[in-house]
Ligand binder design. Sequence first.
Ligand code: IPM
Ligand code: MN
Length: 325
Amino acid sequence: MSHTIGIIGGDGIGPEVVAEALKVVRAVGVDFDTVEYDLGGSRYLRTGDVLPDGVLDELRSLDAVLLGAVGAPGVPAGVIERGLLLRLRFELDLYVNLRPFCLPGKLDFVVVRENTEGAYAGEGGFLRKGTDHEVATQGSVNTRMGVERCVRYAFELARSRPRRHLTLIHKTNVLTFAGDLWQRTFDAVAPEFPGVDTAYQHVDAACIYFVESPERYDVIVTDNLFGDILTDLGGAISGGIGYAASANLNPARTGPSLFEPVHGSAPDIVGTGRANPVAAILSAAMMLEFLGENAAAARVRKACAEPRVVQGSTAEIGDAVAARV
Ligand code: IPM
Ligand code: MN
């Protein structure tokens, strides 16, 4: 079956790494068409547009979206993050952010990050801004529906993996409202999955375990902000952020899912050939798997892993992986 994939190269090294990912998808023999979208910080600086409604509607009809990285110097903080990346996550209901980490013999776990709520929902505001009595609040929105669908996805994933282990990470001792909802929801869903062993850890303790004994983890489920922070740490302990792939999934399949490396646009190395395209290539492998191209996905993953391609420029690494698949 042919797939129609939206390509958002974005800013900085984004277009460079996406080009290598597409090279590999082409080499593995999957039938697909691409539609390119000019979105990101550079478009914003040029035109003032972040994500026109018409473009968002076009994206809805695609089978998947592959994104490189967005964010450019000179764009105020939050414009592209909230206006493009988070808007896509919210509008396309990409409620699971899946981030796998693997370093053979050392660690092999997946973080299921809730992707549409929590601190990212944007609740809050200013009062008396700019005065000595200024107040800023920043809330965290946690709904039973939103937590439950994410937790259920994590249990299903844990059940499908050999170790069948799921850890909830939160900060229930301090975030006693949101944490309580997460813990109760987790406990309510658990009996539906009798074969899955469960654990709970506070997020601060989990940071120590990530560094000292990451082999303990199989599947982790956590809220949006903890998931953001933990997955950068996950990248750092598994060979660097240049290998960290991610999938923003709409598991209900009411629209396309979006696949992107965890790393950012790295404007300092743009055009130098030093960007590692493996995270983008592995994100494309997650896309292939979600599109049902399991054999192709497995070949891409194997080509990236055995042994890890570490030498060479962006294009040379892409060529090497493409040659292996
Ligand atoms: C990520 C990024 C984004 C996030 C930013 C760019 C909005 O850090 O995908 O992890 O915080 O989710
Ligand atoms: Mn992040």
